[in-house]
Ligand binder design. Sequence first.
Ligand SMILES: [Zn+2]
Length: 338
Amino acid sequence: MADDGSRPFTPAELSTHTGFALNGLDRLSNQRDDQAHIEGLMADPASRFVVVGRDRPVLKRLDEGYDPLFTRAEAEAIGKHRECALLGVRDGVAYFGLLLDDSVIVIEDVADEGGMVDIRHFVIPGRDDLFVHDLRPLAIEGAFAPAIYGLLGEAKSLLYWHARHRFCSACGEPSDFAGAGWRRQCPSCRALHFPRTDPVVIMLAVHNGDCLLGRQPRFNKGMYSALAGFLEPGETIEDAVRREILEESGIRIGRVAYMASQPWPFPSSLMIGCIGEALNRDIVVDKTELEDCRWFSHGDIVKMFERNHPQGFMAPHHLAIAHHILRAWRDGEAPGFG
Ligand SMILES: [Zn+2]
């Protein structure tokens, strides 16, 4: 079977086209407390480990490109390490995520030619054969199979949680790693803690054949994307969609339909992609959130995907769920509203 994480029973799901959505793993959720079994998988020479340090994946440098998969011995030899979580099994191979201690990775400020501090390099001293890099540009580069990004995303989100939840939030005592990495428990007050996922709604408002997109100042020049915001406690997905669009653009939304979802490991979000029926057209841009927000015609969107829009406007990158929601709408595959 091709190592692309494909799931033959869900070929039409829009979610499967989004970045980080596929890893094809059997997460063995009913075997996580079988310590002997987990240790057996860890000891299996066929098992592979992805390594994360300071919230970034560690990769082996190859003559051409990089390899994110290590043997256990290779992974543990990198340096002092903390939690090691079971990610799952695929095609008979178990995959684990290993978290390095922060002390292993040194952050160097690198100056550009003009002498200005340009970018931070994450370095493991004495290991020029390893490369530590932010996952987002690695994913945009698209050097690995989709299943590898799914694996790295799962590891990054889960290990980020461990790195920041070492103490019981109920009583403050250090908590213990448990359930092969899918739980922490407090030896003092017995509280159980589970890895968090933060839901974010991201949505396309549509009205009379047009759709609403906005841009944040940090976006690449000319790029417009779907509006988005965190879902709050006590809120339905539909209400979060209506509230966020109204807050950011002044547009009131009636009906809302779900389209797709995407795990987004920066650090632990789940993007919930929706489409909503706009009830008015007068935009009032929330300038604290957005630089601009406007209606786009279907013809605009076609040109934005073709990168020949006369005003230089562009659709979001295909790594992002917004790209796929917008593409589905362009192609007439989004839920309609009468
Ligand atoms: Zn406690």
